[in-house]
Design a protein. Structure first.
Length: 136
């Protein structure tokens, strides 16, 4: 997975501009609440962090093509797999089976919490510091 170009969005204060523009950034990384409110917060960064963490776990881009006309967000794909208890199917094949399954569960759970649609349901950075370290 690449850890570059993960959709950084420019935010301007009212003193810099009064123009409201459409959201800009790389598809898949932007906080869904930003599309409704045009407001960026620490929780928006956590959403993007969750997507990047899922990329690192899976080796997939944030938007996964299903066929020529359909795609699924990486978070939905991971969530569906985990609902079926299928953790092995989400791990990047390049890992070659060399990972701790419990660490993958913890990392995936953290990532999915970070990318919840409602920002109020996402963790804070402070609460994330209390999460036990994991080794993938």
């Amino acid at each position: 997975a690449k850890i570059a170009d993960f959709g950084l969005t420019k935010a301007f204060s009212d003193s810099e501009t009064h123009i409201t523009t459409e959201p800009a950034g790389t598809m898949g990384y932007l906080d869904p609440e930003y599309f409704r409110s045009y407001h960026i917060s620490e929780k928006s960064d956590l959403y993007s962090f969750g997507v990047v963490l899922l990329e690192l776990i899976t080796g997939h881009a944030p938007v996964i093509p299903i066929n020529d006309s359909m795609s699924i967000h990486i978070g939905e794909w991971v969530h569906q797999s985990l609902d079926h208890g299928n953790i092995e199917s989400i791990v990047d094949a390049k890992m070659g089976g060399d990972y701790d399954i419990n660490s993958v569960w913890k990392a995936a759970d953290l990532a999915l919490h970070c990318k919840r649609d409602a920002s109020r349901e996402r963790p804070t950075v402070i609460s994330m510091l209390g999460v036990r370290q994991f080794e993938v």
